[in-house]
Design a protein. Structure first.
Length: 255
């Protein structure tokens, strides 16, 4: 068994893929390249898990359950990431994990409601909006790495869509100097907005998505999140764009 298959079996996740770190870095902008985190990285290992359907299907009524599902999935990924990293390190390879960093634990009830209202209003100011958009841009994008690994495509929602699970997935990544066979991007075709009537765009309560698939207005998205409670501080997650995307349904993909 080669090393890549050994890692895949050890991970035992719903999704597994590998990206050539140097090739990905050549396409990525400064500060978003694997070499910015680990010098000598040759491969990016992507692991992914599917979210449970019913907590998503019931949103907005089941947002608390969806948020718990979201964090449990990320926790599972982070544990697996550590296990894979420890194994590769024991085999003499260097590794650097890219875990999911937003974890629950802070008590939102200790935060001033007035402070949250002020933050929501600040996001409407153009200069603040631009700053927030820049800060919220991922340092290493799981979505774009997964596309390069051949695990899916980016849809109108700017979410990663996978052939088996649609947008109902979470990812984590591991940089390593182990040289592993990389995947290749898929031919696009999963996202069919005309067929679903731009379901994700219509579902967005923050008007953060556009029918042409242009960049998500992350400041508008965060403004709505703060209305629900600050993410990572016991606030619930929105999830409507994920919930309304029909690509996870085989009946939709086969039309």
């Amino acid at each position: 068994m080669d090393l890549a298959e050994e890692i895949r079996e050890r991970a035992n996740m719903d999704l597994f893929g590998v990206v050539d770190a140097e090739a990905y870095g050549a396409k990525a902008p400064p500060d978003h390249r694997p070499s910015d985190f680990m010098k000598g990285a040759r491969s990016i290992v992507l692991i992914g898990t599917r979210l449970l359907d019913l907590p998503l299907d019931g949103i907005p009524e089941t947002r608390k359950e969806y948020t718990a599902n979201f964090h449990m999935a990320n926790t599972q990924l982070n544990h697996t990431l550590f296990d894979l990293g420890a194994y590769l390190q024991s085999q003499g390879y260097k590794v650097f994990p890219i875990p999911y960093l937003e974890m629950p634990g802070w008590n939102l009830e200790k935060r001033s409601a007035g402070m949250l209202k002020v933050l929501r209003h600040l996001f409407t100011l153009p200069r603040i909006h631009d700053v927030v958009m820049a800060v919220l841009w991922e340092k290493l994008s799981y979505r774009h790495m997964a596309v390069e690994a051949g695990l899916g495509e980016i849809g109108v929602s700017n979410l990663l869509l996978t052939p088996e699970h649609g947008s109902r997935v979470r990812f984590a990544a591991l940089l390593t100097d182990a040289e592993l066979p990389a995947g290749k991007p898929l031919e696009p075709g999963l996202c069919q907005p005309e067929q679903c009537g731009h379901a994700c765009v219509k579902a967005c309560p923050a008007d953060a998505l556009q029918e042409d698939g242009s960049a998500t207005d992350k400041a508008a998205c965060l403004k709505y999140y703060i209305k629900l409670g600050v993410p990572g501080m016991n606030g619930v997650r929105c999830g409507l764009c994920v919930a309304k995307c029909p690509v996870y349904k085989a009946s939709f993909r086969e039309k």
